[in-house]
Design a protein around this ligand. Structure first.
Ligand code: FAD
Length: 473
């Protein structure tokens, strides 16, 4: 089924339903959908469907059922685990990019109902114009789209304060594998009338249904903001600093990003990354404090905490910026790291999570394991320290070719992931499983958990047409 091309009969029927612009098969027009972030899983599909409405998605899925064509949903195509790439020429790439209507901005209740193809940055702007704040924020926010954000249960920069995408979602609309539509966009905060199907579809990476719309819960706009960059002697300082900031400022602490010196150096490989304003230090912490309360004295709280650590010799220096260009420049040091790391050559990436309190012990243990697996490899460590989520990436040694380095994929995965397992963590924290993490997640998984997930997948997609070969089932 998967290996053979979709038949002419199928493509003709699809074109009849979606129109000429709704079905693409010219190689030059489908090329951009087949590009994959990591370059590891280039899409093999030959046909792209671009429906414009939930009804058109439902009809596309029904046609796929009739013709037994597998479906790979794609929204913004920024996923980093190969989840949105067709593995075979016979799979249909179903792009949600033309479902981009804002259905309702309810300014009274702070609820935004939008379609899966809206970019995250457009949604942030819609919320802002209505006097609200959409806290989901990723470095890819100009490209990624709501459907993909929910299908991956995206995390990002504000999870510490606001949680992952799931926590911001009050309702979703989904096209099921048989073409029926399940929709609950009522925007209820409380509904204990049965199993939570919404949360099942969120994070399911296109394996249980196609998300076509969602209702998001917005937050009050945090107009009073401070961003602090802190140079630390030791990674073990990061968590006590964060905990102190939280005890002084409570929920105002919305982000806490850890960066190694190597990671900051790689960010600076991008030409427009600003200079690091602080002296060289092995580790940096970027803290953001933000509150809707204009009277809160964030400076005083921050300075008191920083002074305490400086006197104890735990931090070398710090800069604090208010809202505006200076704060954006500090953030740029962090958000430029993924692109900067690409400029440093080939890399093997690990998106892991452990309890935050274990980070100071985990990092040296994992660094030692990496050095043993591939001497000279350059760990580029950054991430959301308050969530216990590190991007424990490893770049090729300067003296090694990319090809030789790639042969270390298995040994480096083993080095880092065995440590994660030893610390009772997860080897797939926020980017999902896709193709990249499938074997790794299954390797460490609890068999009961895997078995339950397989049964759910079988119940919702008995023909196995939704994103086959992806996810941990
Ligand atoms: C520079 C950069 C920084 C990033 N930073 C972060 C970060 O901080 N935190 C984070 O969590 N992620 C991050 N990512 C990863 C990525 O941006 C997120 O996973 C994002 O949520 C994916 O959204 P998308 O629209 O691009 O999804 P896609 O790449 O199109 O798809 C992702 C997965 O969801 C499935 N899917 C897509 N749309 C639907 C749908 N409508 N219904 C059902 N299934 C669907 C796909 O089949 C695929 O399995 C980053 C990526 C880049 C390139």
């Amino acid at each position: 089924m998967e290996e053979s091309l979709p038949t002419d009969r199928f493509v003709t029927a699809l074109r009849r339903r979606l129109g000429a612009e709704g079905v693409l098969d010219a190689p030059e027009r489908i090329a951009r959908f087949m590009v994959e972030q990591r370059g590891r899983y280039p899409g093999q599909g030959r046909v792209v469907a671009r429906p414009r409405s939930t009804e058109e998605v439902a009809d596309t899925v029904r046609l796929c059922q009739q013709h037994r064509v597998a479906i790979v949903p794609q929204s913004g195509n920024t996923g980093t685990v190969g989840g949105a790439s067709p593995r075979h020429a016979g799979e249909l790439l179903l792009s949600l990019e033309r479902l981009h209507r804002i259905r309702q901005m309810d300014a009274e209740d702070g609820l935004l109902t939008a379609e899966a193809g809206c970019t995250l940055s457009d949604l942030q702007q819609t919320a802002e114009e209505a006097g609200w704040f959409l806290p989901l924020s990723l470095a890819s926010e100009q490209q990624c789209r709501l459907g993909g954000n929910l299908a991956t249960n995206a995390g990002g920069l504000n999870v510490l304060r606001y949680g992952m995408a799931r926590r911001m979602t009050l309702g979703i609309e989904v096209v099921l594998s048989d073409g029926r539509v399940w929709s609950d966009l009522r925007g209820l905060s409380k509904d204990n009338s049965g199993y939570d199907l919404r949360d099942l579809f969120i994070g399911s990476e296109g394996t249980l249904g196609i998300i076509t719309a969602a209702t998001l819960r917005l937050a009050p706009q945090p107009r009073n903001r401070r961003v602090a960059l802190i140079a630390m002697e030791n990674v073990a300082t990061a968590l006590p600093l964060l905990r102190l900031a939280q005890s002084e400022c409570g929920d105002a602490v919305s982000a806490a990003e850890l960066m190694s010196q190597t990671a900051l150096g790689m960010a600076r490989l991008l030409p427009d990354t600003p200079e690091n304003p602080l002296p060289t230090a092995p580790w940096y912490l970027l803290l953001e404090l933000a509150t809707p309360d204009p009277r809160a004295d964030l400076d005083e709280a921050l300075q008191a905490g920083l002074l305490q650590f400086q006197e104890a010799g735990a931090i070398r220096d710090a800069v604090v910026a208010p809202t505006g260009a200076a704060a954006r420049r500090l953030w740029q040091l962090r958000t430029a790291i993924p692109e900067g790391q690409k400029r440093a050559g080939a890399s093997i990436k690990h998106d892991i999570s452990i309890r935050p309190g274990q980070i100071a012990a985990f990092i040296p243990a994992a660094l030692a394991a990496v050095e043993q697996a591939c001497p000279g490899a350059r760990p580029c460590i950054f991430g959301h320290v308050g969530d216990g989520n590190l991007h424990f990436n490893v770049s090729q040694p300067e003296t090694m070719s990319a090809e030789t380095f790639d042969h270390h994929l298995d040994s480096l995965n083993r080095a880092v992931h065995d440590e994660v397992h030893r610390f009772a963590g997860s080897v797939a924290a926020e980017h999902g499983v896709g193709q990249l993490k499938r074997a790794e997640v299954l390797r460490y998984a609890d068999p009961v958990h895997t078995e339950l997930m397989r049964r759910i997948r079988q119940a919702l997609d008995p023909e196995g047409l939704l994103n086959p070969g992806k996810g941990a089932t």
